[in-house]
Structure formats: structure tokens, C-alpha cells
Design a protein around this ligand. Structure first.
Ligand code: UDP
Length: 307
């Protein structure tokens, strides 16, 4: 059995990863519980294979481990913009502390990077080779530049110390264990639709996103960790939707009476986003299997239970 550290293990992706890895491994879950939620990991607290430690990775930690997954950072724009300095510290000090741990115990380490490293992309779809179009001085830069810097730190540890690194560039993901107050598009629209409240479209709704169901994403992360790929790898679903279309699909699936209302587009909101996943397909034999239809059914059932 391996001992696997999951930083951000009580969060949306982290808790789904705990669920999968706890079957065959010892899982040590770290979380500062700022956006993570104990309710996500309650089912595992009794397991002898599971240990929770309340810890913020901006501070060093010393635990003997074989693998590290770093998912510890608020990922929703409203959350990561609440305390931007802390967001930067989570990405930069956080990955530094975990890389030191990986170096000490000769462990493999996977960093949850993001499609935000591409900013408001001028290349479409986005390939890993694209350098991105990021505003250094905008409200999203604490997250975007923090994650870009984390990738640089990973790269340098691999070069200087031969640390076994994996970098997943994660595109929009949705599903079970998202928080009610997450603020991202799929959770907002489902909750608004279930309550028959107005659906908030930011801007004209013609901007696009491509949505990956969480189970597919978790499979991708595990495959990437098991591979030998030390360069960044896009993980996401390449089927692209406008925000307006997304709202219409969710209204129809929930039989909602909700109306669309239009609000200001947030500053630097990317106009389009869609991953090129040919690298993951070829080198990991991975691609998403769960359709938006099926993923939304699961996610709508989940939100029905918790609201
Ligand atoms: N969005 C929206 N209404 C909402 C939440 C989000 O129109 O209630 C839009 C947002 O402006 C963006 C897209 O949906 O264009 C995806 O936003 P999200 O916050 O999910 O994440 P992002 O991909 O921007 O990081």
C-alpha cells in the first residue's frame, strides 16, 4: 500500500480523489477548510486507511509519503479573489513546501494546474504548447499567475533535483461535492434553476466553456500520476458550449420556471475555452466518457439533496 498525501483533500476535487484512492492506499488528507468542507470527507473519517490533518500548505509539513496530489487552492473566481494574497501564498509557498517534502522522501508529486494559465486565450482550442494571454495586473492574476509560478517551481525542482513531477492543467470541472456557494457557472445555474430563481448570465452569454464531469477528471489525474510525463498535460472535456446554451440545458433538465437575467461580465473573463486533449489521449489513453447529459443528471440529484 502506498501512502498518498492529498492537499486540499476536503475540497471538491480533493474529496472525490480521496474516495477513489482510499480503496487501495493510505490517504492523508490535508485541508485548511477555507473552501474545503468536512462534510465531503465524513464518510472516510472512520476508515483505518484515512487520516485528516487540518493544515494550511503555506506552512511546511513533514510526513513520510510516497505520492502527493496538490489540489489545495480556492478555484472559483469569487473565492480566490476574496483574499488574493492568500491565494498567491497557497499556490507559491504551498507548492514550494510540498516539493520540499517530495524531495525529502523521494515522492512523486502532482500539481493541479489550470486552464487559467492560458488566460483569455488567443489560440483555440488550447494546446499545452500555448504560452497564454494573462493579465498580470487584474483580479484573476492572483490565481492565474500563482498557478503559472507553481508550474515554474515544479519545472525547476525537476531540473535541479530530478523530482518526479506531474502537472495537470485542469479545465472546468463539475459534479458531486461542489459547494452550494461555489459561485461557478454549473453550480450557480443548477441551484438557481432548482429554486426557480433568475439565472444570472454574465455578459451576453456568448462566451464558451467546456465541462468535464468530476469522475472523468479524477481518472485522468490518477493516470497522469502513474505515467512518466513530467510536462504539463491538459485534462478536460473538449465539447464546448456557450454560457447561454448551458443555462438553457439546465433549465430544461430541471423543468425550471427560471428566467435569464443579464449581469456585467467580470473583468478579464475569458471569452472562450476548450482543451486540446490529444496529448492525454495519446500518452495516457484518457478521454472523458461521461456526457454532459449524464453528468448534469448526477449533479442535479446531488444539489437536490443538499439544498
Ligand atoms: N458565469 C455566468 N453566471 C454565473 C457564473 C458564471 O454567466 O452565475 C459565467 C462566467 O462569467 C464565465 C463562465 O460562466 O464566463 C464560467 O465561469 P466560472 O465562474 O464557472 O469559471 P471560470 O471558467 O471563469 O473560471
Amino acid at each position: 500500500m502506498k501512502t498518498i498525501l492529498i492537499a486540499g483533500g476536503a475540497g471538491f476535487l480533493g474529496s472525490n480523489l480521496c474516495k477513489k484512492l482510499i480503496k487501495d492506499n493510505i490517504v492523508i488528507c490535508l485541508d485548511n477548510l477555507i473552501t474545503g468542507n468536512m462534510a465531503n470527507i465524513i464518510p472516510y473519517l472512520e476508515s483505518p486507511n484515512f487520516k485528516f490533518i487540518k493544515h494550511d500548505i503555506i506552512n511546511p509539513i513533514d510526513i513520510e509519503i510516497d505520492e502527493i496530489y496538490n489540489l489545495a487552492c480556492p478555484a472559483s473566481p469569487i473565492h480566490y479573489q476574496k483574499d488574493p494574497i492568500h491565494t498567491l501564498k497557497s499556490s507559491v509557498f504551498g507548492i514550494y513546501n510540498l516539493l520540499e517534502l517530495a524531495k525529502k522522501y523521494n515522492a512523486k508529486i502532482l500539481q493541479a494546474s489550470t486552464s487559467e494559465v492560458y488566460g483569455n486565450p488567443l489560440e483555440h482550442p488550447q494546446k499545452e504548447s500555448y504560452f497564454g494571454n494573462v493579465n498580470i495586473n487584474g483580479p484573476r492574476s492572483c490565481y492565474d499567475e500563482g498557478k503559472r509560478c507553481a508550474e515554474s517551481i515544479m519545472y525547476e525542482y525537476n531540473k535541479q533535483y530530478n523530482t518526479q513531477i506531474r502537472i495537470a492543467r485542469i479545465f472546468n470541472t463539475y459534479g458531486k461535492n461542489m459547494q452550494k456557494d461555489d459561485g461557478r457557472v454549473i453550480s450557480n445555474f443548477i441551484i438557481q434553476a432548482l429554486k426557480n430563481e433568475d439565472i444570472t448570465i454574465y455578459g451576453d452569454g456568448l462566451q464558451t466553456r467546456s465541462y468535464c464531469y468530476v469522475d472523468d477528471l479524477i481518472d485522468g489525474l490518477i493516470k497522469l500520476m502513474a505515467s512518466n510525463i513530467t510536462t504539463p498535460t491538459n485534462l478536460g472535456n473538449p465539447i464546448e458550449y456557450t454560457i447561454l446554451k448551458t443555462a438553457k440545458i439546465i433549465i430544461s433538465k430541471t423543468n425550471s420556471q427560471s428566467k435569464l437575467i443579464f449581469k456585467n461580465l467580470p473583468i478579464d473573463d475569458p471569452q472562450k475555452r476548450k482543451p486540446d486533449i490529444s496529448k492525454a489521449k495519446k500518452e495516457l489513453n484518457w478521454e472523458p466518457k461521461i456526457s454532459l447529459n449524464e453528468g448534469l443528471d448526477n449533479t442535479i440529484s446531488y444539489f437536490k439533496e443538499i439544498i
